[in-house]
Design a binder for this molecule. Structure first.
Ligand SMILES: [Zn+2]
Length: 286
């Protein structure tokens, strides 16, 4: 009787129950997109937990285990998490590894100083493209649920398109107004919406600024006359306080573009973009 009961439970979960792949993601923005595309079929395992900086990520043994058991890995790529690059190659041997930065169907932007800017999730058009790619890869592993993945991705893309239209309208009023960001991560967002970032305090890899760089930024505050400077969640605000002291630069809302405190989940990718857009508009409008 007991084995019959277990069989009934298994069958009630749906005929494709055993086919849903084990998925691992790198961090919050990707996790949020994959969770929405998978819907009720399964939950991906996320490597980077809250409060951690993706640029400094180091794999723990328990996370290595998740990689070895994965069928599928979605991540931005080695440019964002150099600490995961070798582990993905060596541990996820049996899994399909998809770098969304390189193979997500979206756009890449280059830094002025050369190299690919890894913060590609901050362009909502990339989020929409990635949702489609995630759906297609899941469907290839799990054809029985292909229609569900496609429907979930289409709903996500439609919602992101609506958000993009609203953000475009909101940010049209502050196009060209100069501001400074905390680390050089917002290029995809500012390119997409035609915004004018005149500098950052930290470089794109999140490394602390040198004394020489702080002097340059101080000069920039005088010369470029930014209206606002934006702190980042979980990052030391002391440089912002020091640099803006005695100037007319306004300190805007903290941005959490790398999900330092934001919990991953359905709706959280677009909530993050909306929060950044609203914060920029509010500060620049004064
Ligand atoms: Zn970054």
């Amino acid at each position: 009787m007991r084995s019959t009961a277990i069989l009934a439970v298994v069958m009630a979960a749906g005929p494709a129950w055993a086919e849903v792949p084990q998925v691992v993601t790198d961090f919050g923005p990707v996790q949020s997109l994959v969770m929405e595309v998978m819907g009720d079929l399964g939950t991906p395992t996320m490597l980077l937990q809250g409060g951690a900086d993706p640029h400094d990520f180091q794999l723990r043994p328990s996370q290595a285990q998740a990689l070895t058991e994965a069928d599928l890995v979605f991540w931005v790529g080695p440019e964002l998490m150099p600490g995961l690059g070798e582990a993905v190659q060596s541990l996820a041997g049996g899994a399909q590894v998809v770098s969304l930065l390189h193979d997500g169907g979206g756009i890449q932007r280059a830094f002025e100083e050369g190299g690919i800017d890894p913060h590609a999730w901050l362009d909502p058009a990339n989020g929409m493209a990635w949702a489609g790619r995630i759906s297609a890869v899941l469907a290839a592993h799990d054809p029985a649920n292909a229609a569900l993945y496609a429907a979930n991705a289409a709903a996500l893309q439609a919602r992101l398109a609506t958000m993009d239209g609203e953000l475009t309208a909101q940010l049209a009023t502050v196009q060209g107004l100069p501001f400074v960001v905390y680390h050089d991560a917002l290029g995809y967002f500012t390119d997409h919406y035609g915004l004018n970032v005149v500098g950052s305090i930290e470089l794109a890899d999140g490394s602390a600024p040198s004394a020489a760089r702080l002097m340059e930024i101080r000069d920039l505050f005088t010369a470029a006359r930014p209206l606002c400077v934006f702190p980042e969640t979980g990052r030391d605000p002391k440089f912002i306080a020091a640099l803006s002291e005695g100037t007319t630069v306004r300190i805007g809302a903290a941005q959490d573009l790398e999900f330092i405190e934001r919990a991953a989940g359905p709706g959280q990718y677009d909530a993050m973009l909306r929060e950044i857009g609203s914060g920029i508009a509010a500060c620049l409008q004064g």
